[in-house]
Design a protein around this ligand. Structure first.
Ligand code: ATP
Ligand code: MG
Length: 159
């Protein structure tokens, strides 16, 4: 919870400048996953950066997370421009941009999502996306929850 909040707070000013709502819907209980902190931060920052970049002034970004069985589901939803269905299978490729002109204007290189996918896989997680053109996009990442009794000392995980 702390890490997600920190990522969101870094964007708050930028969002307010563009009259955008930034909403957080945390799980009822704080959730723990076993992951490299820097990698997790990089994943979140990239998804939030996209949500902000590809959503027009006045839009809304919602970040919610909840437990589902042994998994933590985290969604980043925006009310932005959306991604056409035929582009969806390719957005995780390196340098792939749906609208080159728009992305370039915003300073994008098309690397963000390929890095995100790579990091999610390294953390044994999954990522999926649902999008509706002109309505918005939801990226969902899923990580295994760390059970409370697990203890990590050095390289050794005791369950
Ligand atoms: P970079 O992340 O390197 O700054 P980028 O944002 O263009 O550049 P990616 O993050 O890899 O690259 O995203 C690839 C493409 O997917 C984007 O260019 C954009 O067309 C589309 N895209 C990604 N996220 C969203 C979103 N939330 N809404 C609409 N389109 C998106
Ligand atoms: Mg990006």
């Amino acid at each position: 919870d702390e890490m997600v909040s920190a990522s969101i707070e870094r964007l708050r000013q930028n969002a307010e400048r563009r009259s955008m709502q930034l909403i957080m819907e945390p799980a009822e209980q704080p959730l723990m996953i076993l992951a490299d902190a820097e990698a997790f931060e990089e994943i979140l920052d990239n998804l939030l950066d996209n949500a902000l970049k590809y959503t027009n002034t006045g839009g809304k970004i919602t970040v919610r997370w909840r437990p589902e069985g042994h998994w933590c589901h985290l969604e980043v939803e925006d009310t932005g421009i959306g991604i056409p269905q035929n582009h969806l299978p390719r957005i995780f490729e390196r340098f792939y941009r749906v609208d080159r002109a728009r992305s370039r204007e915003l300073g994008g290189t098309g690397l963000g999502l390929s890095i995100v996918k790579h990091l999610v896989q390294q953390l044994d997680g999954t990522i999926s996306v649902v999008s509706k053109l002109g309505k918005g996009t939801i990226f969902t990442i899923r990580f295994k929850l760390a059970d409370a009794p697990q203890v990590l000392r050095g390289n050794t995980l005791t369950a």
